[in-house]
Design a protein around this ligand. Structure first.
Ligand code: NDP
Length: 443
């Protein structure tokens, strides 16, 4: 059994019932084999065993009272995975599907993603099985205050800086920040994604979606292609999906689909993003309501967004939303590029289909790194007590995404896997963290 295989076997045995964590670790470690073979010092230093074990995992009770006066209890998580290159950084997810395995897969991915940004941030992730959907503002506030009343002990601007993710947007970050400040008395950049009046960065809201399109544009350009005139399918209709749609449209593409967990819309005239923003950001409604604005569009209940014919697919909803069958359908319909806006949206089998078909494939840890990169820019602005303009932040974001593309393409080439950006992203992200861990001794 090789070193990689034995570490993976131990990981699976030690962490049963965490299939998403197994999946993320398998994808990363398998592509690292050539690097591990060339660097025997990593095995000697037990580097892989250490990198797959979080430095710290915190699980806690979150009690709160709902609008009917009933006591509710949720479970809170923060996994501080790796601080070799900087303070832990990574979002908080509030969704009923959240459990330790999901948070660990996200935290593990985050280590390499953060490394790829070139900025000094370590990897972490957190969240809760709380479902903000259908809750009143007061209930969301009560939950956030209770959550932070425990979490504040473990976070801080120089130790661990959480941000948003699924179910955690500006409203939730605001309530969490207010409670942190109230308990600690500190006005510091402990969270990113804050409102613009209290330390938030311009362009942070847009950053993940915009960054995705910047990276996909760089990948297309290197292959002699462009988004201009292309038909794009997007899944999801949350923060990442909305701003990916906006930037794709600004890049000259026609976006024809968006979705939520109930179903998906197809608009052959191109998605009217103002309508989607009103439904999702103002009314907090369902994507089905798009038909009230554009009765000619088509709504389909359930899954199936990847059956829409497109040139470029941008999955921006959640993990494992695009499986082998979906990948085969996309390829059969002539899709030539995929950029992952969500974390691990494609199954391992789907990625194999794309790679066998020689489709341009930008994996999440590179493609959606724009969000965390801009969060790190928010941390810099908070430390310096100043604010950059939208254009300044956007220009830095674009530069970071183009740099990530160049680095992952270069790493793939160097290890004999040209155009395999999955391997390129894993290798480039890993090497920086691995070298920092080696320099810091057995810790
Ligand atoms: P939001 O909560 O704003 O939006 C999530 C979207 O995905 C919604 O349309 C939601 O539909 C849909 N969705 C969520 N869960 C499921 C599910 N189980 N099945 C089908 N649809 C689902 O989250 P974000 O846009 O912030 O996050 C989307 C993805 O991007 C996640 O994978 C996240 O980890 C990743 N990401 C986000 C970053 C950020 O900066 N926000 C940064 C990097 C990655 P519904 O409303 O019906 O639940």
């Amino acid at each position: 059994m090789s070193y990689v295989e034995s570490v993976l076997a131990d990981l699976i045995a030690k962490n049963p019932a965490q299939p998403e964590f197994h999946q993320a670790a398998t994808e990363v470690l398998n592509t690292l084999k050539p690097v591990i073979d060339q660097n025997p010092q990593f095995e000697k230093a037990g580097l892989l065993e250490r990198i797959v074990e979080p430095e710290r995992q915190i699980m806690f009770r979150v009690p709160w009272v709902d609008d009917n006066g009933k006591v509710q209890v949720n479970r809170g998580f923060r996994v501080q995975f790796n601080s070799a290159i900087g303070p832990y950084k990574g979002g908080l997810r509030f969704h009923p599907s959240v459990n330790l395995g999901i948070i660990k897969f996200l935290g593990f991915e985050q280590i390499f993603k953060n490394s790829l940004t070139g900025l000094p941030i370590g990897g972490g992730k957190g969240g809760s099985d709380f479902d903000p959907k259908g809750k009143s503002d007061r209930e969301v506030m009560a939950f956030c205050q209770s959550f932070m009343t425990e979490l504040y002990k473990y976070v801080g601007q120089d130790t661990d800086v959480p941000a948003g993710d699924i179910g955690v947007g500006g409203r939730e970050v605001g309530y969490l920040y207010g409670q942190y400040k109230r308990i600690t008395g500190l006005y510091e950049g402990v969270l990113t994604g804050k409102g613009l009046t209290f330390g938030g960065s311009l362009a942070r809201t847009e950053a993940t979606g915009y960054g995705l399109v910047y990276l996909v544009n760089a990948m297309l350009k290197a292959a002699g292609k462009t988004m201009q005139g292309a038909t794009v399918a997007i899944s999801g209709s949350g923060n990442v999906a909305i701003y990916a749609c906006q930037k794709a449209q600004q890049s000259g593409a026609k976006v024809v689909t968006m979705s939520d967990s109930n179903g998906w819309i197809y608009d052959e005239n191109g998605i009217d993003l103002a309508a989607v923003k009103e439904i999702k950001e103002v009314k907090r409604g369902r994507i089905k309501e798009y038909l009230e604005y554009h009765p000619q569009a088509k709504y389909t209940e359930g899954k199936g967004v990847w059956t829409a014919k497109c040139d470029i697919a941008l999955p921006c909803a959640t993990q494992n939303e695009l499986n082998e069958e979906d990948a085969k359908t996309l390829v059969a319909n002539g899709c030539y590029a995929v950029g992952e806006g969500a974390n691990m949206p494609s199954t391992l089998e789907a990625i194999e289909v794309f790679q066998n078909a020689k489709i341009l494939f930008a994996p999440a840890k590179a493609a959606n790194a724009g969000g965390v990169a801009t969060s790190a820019l928010e941390m810099s602005q908070n430390s310096m007590r100043l604010s950059w303009t939208f254009d300044e932040v956007d220009a830095k974001l674009k530069g970071i995404m183009e740099n990530i593309y160049a680095n992952i393409a270069q790493a793939a080439k160097e290890y004999g896997m040209e155009n395999n950006f999955v391997a390129g992203a894993n290798i480039a992200g890993f090497l920086k963290v691995a070298n920092a861990m080696m320099a810091q001794g057995i810790v």
